[in-house]
Ligand binder design. Structure first.
Ligand SMILES: [Zn+2]
Length: 119
């Protein structure tokens, strides 16, 4: 460090300047408050994809009633949900895949019913 009076350089443990005799003031270490980097991640990784869940439910409903319209809607929603789980790392991949499988079953079942009705 340097003497504030004369500018002579000396070691840190010296209390009195060897050159001019001025009392060396200890530098008060002003502690900067550590600003916590409270930056939240933009994409919440554990958020459940609502589209995947709704797609699954709609497809499930299609198994019971209204096979074709629910199958179509379920396939779209599950597909969007599947994309969401991949792009935003949202939860619900299982729901999305199950929703798509059920939607396919709905559509096949729906078409089968129509054909069976016509024949
Ligand atoms: Zn000095």
């Amino acid at each position: 460090m340097f003497c504030k009076n004369c500018g002579t350089e000396f070691s840190d443990d010296v209390k009195i300047c060897p050159s001019c005799g001025a009392k060396v003031e200890e530098e008060v270490a002003v502690e900067q408050p550590v600003i916590q980097a409270a930056v939240e991640e933009p994409a919440a990784p554990l958020k459940l994809s609502i589209k995947a869940l709704v797609g699954f439910i709609v497809s499930l409903v299609g198994i019971l009633i209204l096979a074709l319209p629910c199958g179509a809607a379920g396939a779209i929603l599950s597909g969007l949900g599947l994309a969401e789980t991949q792009s935003k790392k949202a939860k619900g991949l299982g729901f999305a895949i199950a929703g798509i499988i059920l939607a396919v079953v709905d559509i096949v079942f729906g078409f089968y019913n129509i054909i069976a009705t016509l024949l």
